[in-house]
Design a protein around this ligand. Sequence first.
Ligand code: NAP
Length: 264
Amino acid sequence: MPANIGRILRRATLACLLMLLAGLAPVMAADTPTVLITGASRGIGLELARQYADRGWHVIATARDPARAAALREIAASHERVHIEQLDVTDFASVDALAAKYRGKPIDVLLNNAGISGNVDVQVFGRLDYAVYDEVHAVNVLGPLKMAEAFLDHVAASDQKKIISITSTQGSITQTNGGNLFYRSSKASLNMVMRTLALELKKRGITVGLVSPGFVKTDFTRGIDLPIMITPEQSAAAVIKVIDGYTLDQAGTFMRHTGQVAPW
Ligand SMILES: NC(=O)c1ccc[n+]([C@@H]2O[C@H](COP(=O)([O-])OP(=O)(O)OC[C@H]3O[C@@H](n4cnc5c(N)ncnc54)[C@H](OP(=O)(O)O)[C@@H]3O)[C@@H](O)[C@H]2O)c1
């Protein structure tokens, strides 16, 4: 072996040893990405957690009540890189506490999935329940915004630098066909919030994205059975593919799970 190659190898070995001694595992940060998912107890969020875990990612899977999230706990039991954290996205003190707990930990994909529709019977003009509007807005709009603010440094420190929110084509203003006033307006508002953030954060190399997951058979759509509906497994696989391909150039684009651009 030429002397200079031997010297390089010895130096590389020494550098690795020093990093290990300093508590820095050289392969961790660069090789294994991390995703943080809100609302991972069931539905699409649960399936997103499962599929990222199967890929070997570090998954910070949040649930409002981990004790009731049996399926998520099963995933964590068989995937050592899955960590379950309690989180209600409307509880800003808890959001800040979780961000502090993970201070210094790069998060490649912050995935705002948690969302509610609110009781549809009180979303009809003439008998609107404004308290329900507040609740839907708090979970679907303020929650993702607060998450983005609290975890910005974690995302900025990562390789992939993505903040993705699960939206809905029901938030499309140009293509609305009425109904679900609170839910629709919350997703339209989420779209505007994230589009605005996308412009601001693009300068820092952070990709803010919006992905609609399709029409999915979950508790959210209970009682509806239409041929166009897909399973949470299909939805999560499609959403992950869109997130993988989401580039900084596309930041702020409203995407369907199919990879097509959705109309505002
Ligand atoms: N299903 C569809 O066809 C469809 C279509 C378009 C968009 N989406 C969007 O996809 C996302 C997931 O929907 P899904 O169908 O999986 O609904 P889901 O089965 O009803 O699950 C909703 C998830 O959100 C969580 N959640 C609710 N309020 C929360 C809060 N305050 N803080 C934290 N987590 C909260 C729930 O936790 P708990 O278990 O504690 O209640 C649950 O994990 C939502 O943003 C929804 O708007 C769904």
